[in-house]
Ligand binder design. Structure first.
Ligand SMILES: Nc1ncnc2c1ncn2[C@@H]1O[C@H](COP(=O)(O)OP(=O)(O)OP(=O)(O)O)[C@@H](O)[C@H]1O
Ligand SMILES: [Mg+2]
Length: 328
């Protein structure tokens, strides 16, 4: 087992981006041939909590896979903590932690052992590894189940253990690929809290998600990705201010959206867009004042079954940029 060597030839932390992707592409040869990453440029600053937000198949996991050396890029470069991932995969790997989208806990080891052997694998001495595993179990509220096996614990606990393991070798950069997918709301909130603590410890975190609330709540900056491209990259508040709608409402209709109702909705003052959806229509406007009532009235001829209104969210940003729903 090798210990982590001193940082030779690596610039100061302030000058070196935690992640720098330049003209990155990845084509899976197939068949079918898939261009999963289609020219991504982005930089994550040290200490930042950075979000990759996008729908299924956007290329989020492929991007994380390239950064964590699991996937070879087709062209372009990926630098992690100042190191080129293609040239120095072993050094890169020691400096980062990753929670992949699928559970990769060792089922034949207890929770404690999953942490202990991970530390040993990364060259941590036995005594230190023991203390560290115990501390992490405590911190992630898993101590009581230390002797349990991964298939005996809940999904939320398994995710907490995966995050604990990912930081057990003390990386400076952590990748979380859809860490809360499939968790119930309570477990999701618990994980958000833990991730926020990691950030306040100074760790750089890159998180992928298709939950806009998650990106909005946790991230300093968010890159919205679709079809392997970054559409926009900014703090959530700026994204909402620039690309969000002041308000958007959804109407569920009894019949398919008719041309006269479409025209009546589009004619309401301040309405920016009117779009048919699977169950009715979506209206985006500059301002929410009186919008719902006027829209319900205008859509009357098509039979309004249900109506809901929401303020500006990252979801509205995504719909505005792509014309699609994140969940569609
Ligand atoms: N090993 C592979 N071989 C071939 N195609 C792949 C492979 N892995 C991913 N893809 C394809 O590449 C595209 C991007 O996939 P990727 O998993 O990076 O997306 P994602 O944003 O992580 O999606 P999800 O939200 O479903 O996790 C998709 O079209 C996917 O089907
Ligand atoms: Mg994925």
């Amino acid at each position: 087992m090798t210990m982590v060597e001193p940082e030779v030839g690596v610039g100061s932390a302030a000058a070196t981006a935690a992640v720098r992707l330049t003209g990155l592409t990845k084509t899976y040869p197939g068949p079918p041939r898939v261009q999963a990453i289609d020219g991504i440029d982005l930089e994550v600053a040290p200490g930042e909590m950075f979000g990759l937000l996008g729908p299924n198949g956007a290329g989020k996991s492929t991007t994380v896979g390239v950064c964590t050396t699991r996937i070879r890029p087709t062209s372009g470069t990926a630098e992690v903590l100042g190191l080129d991932v293609s040239r120095e995969p072993a050094r890169v790997k020691r400096r980062l932690g990753v929670v992949t989208q699928t559970n990769t806990l060792d089922r034949s080891l207890t929770l404690y052992e999953n942490l202990y052997y991970h530390c040993r694998f990364f060259g941590v001495r036995a005594r230190t590894a023991r203390v560290r595993a115990e501390d992490l179990l405590e911190r992630f509220r898993l101590s009581e189940r230390a002797a349990a096996f991964p298939d005996q614990i809940s999904g939320g606990m398994a995710q907490r253990l995966q995050v604990a393991r990912a930081i057990a070798h003390r990386p400076r950069l952590l990748f979380l690929d859809e860490p809360t997918a499939g968790l119930d709301p309570q477990s999701r909130l618990a994980l958000w809290e833990l991730v926020e603590q990691l950030r306040s410890d100074g760790l750089t975190v890159v998180l992928t998600t298709h939950y806009m609330e998650e990106a909005d709540q946790l991230c300093d900056r968010v890159a919205i990705v679709d079809h392997g491209k970054v559409l926009v990259c900014d703090p959530p508040a700026s994204l909402k201010a620039r690309h969000g709608a002041g308000a958007f409402i959804e109407l569920e209709l009894e019949r398919a959206l008719s041309a006269p109702v479409h025209a009546a909705l589009a004619g309401i003052t301040g309405v920016r867009s009117v779009e048919a959806t699977a169950r009715g229509v979506r209206v985006m406007a500059d301002d929410s004042e009186g919008l719902l009532a006027r829209a319900v009235e205008a859509a009357g001829p098509d039979g309004v079954r249900d109506a809901s209104a929401a303020g500006s969210t990252l979801e509205a940003v995504f719909i505005n940029l792509t014309g699609r729903d994140l969940r569609e």
